[in-house]
Design a protein around this ligand. Sequence first.
Ligand code: MSP
Length: 551
Amino acid sequence: MTTPTTYITTPIYYVNDRPHIGHCYTTLLGDVTARFHRLMDPTPGSTFFLTGTDEHADKVVTSAAAHNVTPLQWADRNAAEFEKAFAFMNASHDDFIRTTQERHKTKVLEYIRALQKRGDVYLGDYTGWFDASQEEYLTETAAKEANYVSPVTGVPLVKKTEKNYFFKLSAYESRLREHFAKNPEFVQPEARRNEVLGRLNELRDIPISRAITDDPTSQWGIKMPDDPTHRIYVWIDALFNYLSVVDTDARRKYWPASVHFIAKDILWFHAVIWPALLMALRESDPKYGFVQLPKTVYSHAYWVREGRKMSKSLGNFVSIEVLQAYAAKYGLDAVRWYLITQGPQGATDADFSHAKFVEVYNAELANGIGNCASRVSNMIEKYFGGEVPPRGSGDAFRFEAHTPTGTEVFDWSQLARDLSKRANDGLGLMQSAAALQCSVDLIRRVDQFINVTSPFKITKVMETDANAKASLQVILYQCAEAIRIASVLMSPAMPQKMAQLWQAWNCTPAAGASLADLCVFGGKHALQPGQKISKGENLFNRADAAEAPPA
Ligand code: MSP
C-alpha cells in the first residue's frame, strides 16, 4: 500500500516582472497550506510544495537585449529576485523549478514526443488574436469581448497567422465534461467551476508551437522534437513543470497534484488545457499510467490596491518593497497573517489597504493572541511563580461561570474538538483562511472567559480564600491551554511568532506531533502543571491607525 501524499503547487511566474503582492500571495497560500498539511500528516516527506519561474516567454528576449545581457542571464537575474522574495516571505517550498533547467527541458521533450506518438499533434495554420503581454492567443469571441486589447494588461491585440503544431484539444470535450461531472471538487471555488463549464463548448484545437524565424526572439524556448523550425509554445512548456519536477523515481509518489493554486487569469489553461494534455499523455504509453489528473485547481481572485485594480500603467502594484516595509514595521508574520486571512481566496477580489491592515493587526494580533497571551502569562508569573498552575480535579476542562445574569459554560474540550474539526474541514477544501479563523474564535472565547471570570479580581482575595486560589488556578490553566491550541492553529501562518511564544512557554510541539493530537485540550501535548512559562517579549505591539502607511 502506498502512503497518501500531498502535492501543492503555485503558478510559475514570468521572470520579466518584479515580484509583487500577487506572486507573493499565491506562494504564501501554497506555503500556509503546505505547513498545515505537514502538521496534519507529520510523516517526513508526506507533503511536497513547489513554486518557481516560467522563463521561455518572448518578453525575456526583448528585455535581455535592452539590458545588454543574454536571455538566460536576464532570466537568472530575475529568477534570483523571485527566490529572494519567497525566502523573505519565509515560504517553505521543497523545490523551485526554473523552466530553463535541463531536468525540465528533457522531460518536456519526452512529453511532446509521447503526444505525437498518440496522434494528438498535427501541423496546421493558426490565425488568432495574440496578446503579447500574456503570451497567449485569444479566440475571435474573446478578443471582441475584450475590445481587441489584452483583458489583463490593456495592450492592443495583434492578428496573426502562423504554421503551428496543434494539439487536438477539441477531441477531449466530452471527457472533460465527464471529469467535471464526476469530480465536483476539480475546479474551486464553485463560481470558477461554472465559468469553465459554461465555456467548454468553445473548445478548439490549440497551437503548441511557435515558428522559429530570423528574429532572435523566436529562438528562445525549447525546440520541437525533430523540427528545428519550431519551438514549444511557452504555456505548454510551463504547464508541464508540475509534472516534470516530480517525474523521477523518488518523487513520482507525489503525483497527482493535490492542488494547483492559481488566480482567475490563468484558469482556462489549468482547468481545461492541462487536464486534456494529461489525459493524452496517460494514454500515449504505459509508462505514463501514473499520470492521473490533479485533484483540484484552486483559482483565487485578485488583490486590488486601495480599491483600484493594480496595473503597470497605474504603477500601483504592491511591490515586494512595500511588503518589506510593512514587515519592517509590523513584523513579517503580521504581513503573512494579513495577506492570508484577508486575501482573495474566494471568488471576490480583496483590497490591500493600510487602514484594513491596521484594523486586522490590532484586532486579531495585538489585542488578540498577543494581549491574551501576555495577560495570562503575566498572571501566571505573578501569582504562581511562572509555573503552569494545577488543572484542578474532576471534569477540569469544563468551567461553569456564575454571573449575575446566569451561568455560562465554557466547555473547552468540546470547543477544541469542534474547532479542530472545523479547521480540518476547511483544509480539506483548501480553505486555509477558514482554518485560521478557528484560532481567532478560540482566542475570542478566552477573552470572554477572562471577562466573565475576572481572574484579576480573584487575585485580590486569594490570600485569604483557598477556594478562590483553586478557582484561579483552574481558570489560568484553561486560558493558557486554550492559547496553546490557538497558537498551534495559527502557526502555519505565523511560524516565527508562534515559535517565539512556544519558546517562552516551553511548549514547542514535539517533532512528529499531528495537528489533531496537538489540538486536544489537556491531551498528551497539553501544558503540564508545574512547567515553567515566562512572559517573554510582547508578540505584537499595538499599531496606530493614524500613522502614515510604511513606504
Ligand atoms: N507564467 C504564467 C503561469 C504559468 S503556470 C504554469 C503566469 N505568470 S504570472 O507571472 O503572470 O503570474 C500570474 C499569477 O500571479 C496569477 O495566477 C496569480 O497566482 C498571481 N497574481 C498576479 N497578480 C495577482 C493579483 N493582483 N492578485 C492575486 N494574485 C495575482 O501567468
